[in-house]
Design a protein around this ligand. Structure first.
Ligand code: GAL
Length: 409
């Protein structure tokens, strides 16, 4: 029997744009129209159906839920804040609390208001100030109900996809501009961290726990020669730890939010900065046996390895995302179970993990891949919006209920 620590946070994560539907004021909405990509449209209609969805989460014994707020609903035009949208999110959070579910609230999960994108988005230094105004607006009503804040979801992934690979809006490919955006996101986190803490302190409320959700991979040299080992170590230090270390130095981190999905096999083709940071193994004989439906390797051991490397920060760690897209629900449960074992091993070896949130509570809009990938514990039939609780959800629900994993499962 693998017993997890008491007071462990158990549940699942979502993000506003991926589940709510109808986020017409967001940059992604415009971008889907411009590029002819599969539109997010109604998504899971979670904006209206959240109570029903939280009933399902409660039935699955979740005691925590990670959600995000959609900035473009809360500030559809610059400076015009919507009290109605704020009231909506207050009701969402109260609906979680009424079901005994602890909310972890993300302020920014990849999408921006369209008006902000038009002003240059995160390349514009003024965006940091605008993010703080948005944060202040939220805090005035939500602070008393929220103990866990995640300022920015996966800043490094956002920078990589939108400003290095040029895949996501605004589709820029420039290391120089990427650096600027990363600096602005970092400044926004540090300042928002301080604002959140000051607000709670002024209101004499118990201080909250604030972090980011950082996407981390296990970077493994394919052939362990000097160049590959150097590349793996550089990637770990930049991609996994860069911002975490910076925020620690600025005393702007109360816990570490880790999003883990897979490992990366590092195989550098030739000397060069881009090669050191980007090259991966493409050898046919190294194809991996088990992947998700998007081709990412299933590699649970990597999570333990990543967690052990975070021990030196002496901060609680919450797994803010971990999951698999697959049409094979038995594989989903094997994936969850193997990752929980990996976490348990890390805890036994001293990593202070205090929560696990599966990605995602339900199938949803997987960004540029549209609705194809199925990550959900709960299946969605999009034409009817029918919810179906999958068997993996029931199995995971047993762990959430008992805080333990049977050894012989
Ligand atoms: C994360 C992201 C989520 C979700 C997930 C699955 O990087 O935060 O929004 O899309 O990946 O790909």
């Amino acid at each position: 029997m693998f017993k997890f620590p008491g007071n462990f946070l158990w549940g699942a994560a979502t993000s506003a744009y991926q589940v709510e539907g109808g986020n017409t004021r967001a940059d992604w909405w415009q971008w889907e129209k411009e590029t002819g990509k599969e539109p997010s449209g109604d998504a899971c209609r979670h904006y209206g159906l959240y109570e029903q969805d939280f009933d399902l989460a409660k039935g699955l014994h979740h005691n925590a839920h990670r959600l995000s707020l959609e900035w473009s609903r809360l500030e559809p035009e610059e400076g015009q804040f919507s009290e109605e949208a704020l009231e909506h999110y207050l009701n969402v959070i109260l609906a979680l609390r009424a079901r005994g579910i602890e909310p972890l609230v993300t302020l920014h999960h990849f999408t921006n208001p369209a008006w902000l994108a038009k002003k240059g988005g995160w390349e514009n230094p003024g965006t940091v100030k605008l993010f703080l105004k948005y944060t202040a607006f939220i805090l005035k009503k939500l602070a008393p109900q929220v103990r866990y804040w995640i300022t920015i979801n996966e800043p490094t992934v956002y920078v990589y996809e939108s400003y290095i690979m040029g895949l996501w809006p605004p589709q820029i490919k420039s290391l120089w501009r990427a650096r600027t955006v990363e600096n602005h996101l970092a400044a926004a986190h540090i300042k928002a961290y301080r604002l959140i803490h000051e607000t709670y302190w002024r209101k004499k409320m118990q201080l909250p726990s604030v972090s980011i959700a950082q996407h981390m991979q296990d970077f493994v040299p394919c052939v362990p020669d000097f160049r590959n080992k150097l590349a793996a170590s550089l990637r770990h230090r930049w991609f996994n730890l860069g911002l975490i270390s910076k925020f620690r130095r600025h005393k702007a981190l109360d816990f570490i939010g880790v999003n883990y999905y897979s490992r990366q096999r590092v195989e550098v083709q030739k000397w060069g900065l881009r090669n050191l940071f980007m090259d991966i193994c493409v050898k046919a004989e190294h194809r991996v046996p088990e992947t998700n439906s998007s081709g990412w390797e299933v590699y649970p051991e990597g999570l333990c390895r990543v967690l052990l490397k975070l021990k030196g920060y002496h901060l609680p760690i919450v797994i803010t995302e971990n999951g698999i897209c697959t049409p094979d629900d038995a594989l989903r449960w094997r994936y969850i179970e193997a990752h929980l074992r990996s976490i348990h091993r890390a805890i036994r070896e001293g990593a202070p993990v205090t929560g696990y949130l599966y990605w995602s509570l339900m199938d949803n809009f997987e960004w540029h891949d549209g609705f194809g990938p199925r990550f959900g514990l709960i299946g969605i039939d999009y034409p009817t919006q029918q919810r179906t609780v999958r068997e993996s959800a029931v199995q995971f629900g047993k762990v959430c209920k008992t805080g333990a994993l049977e050894q012989d499962l």
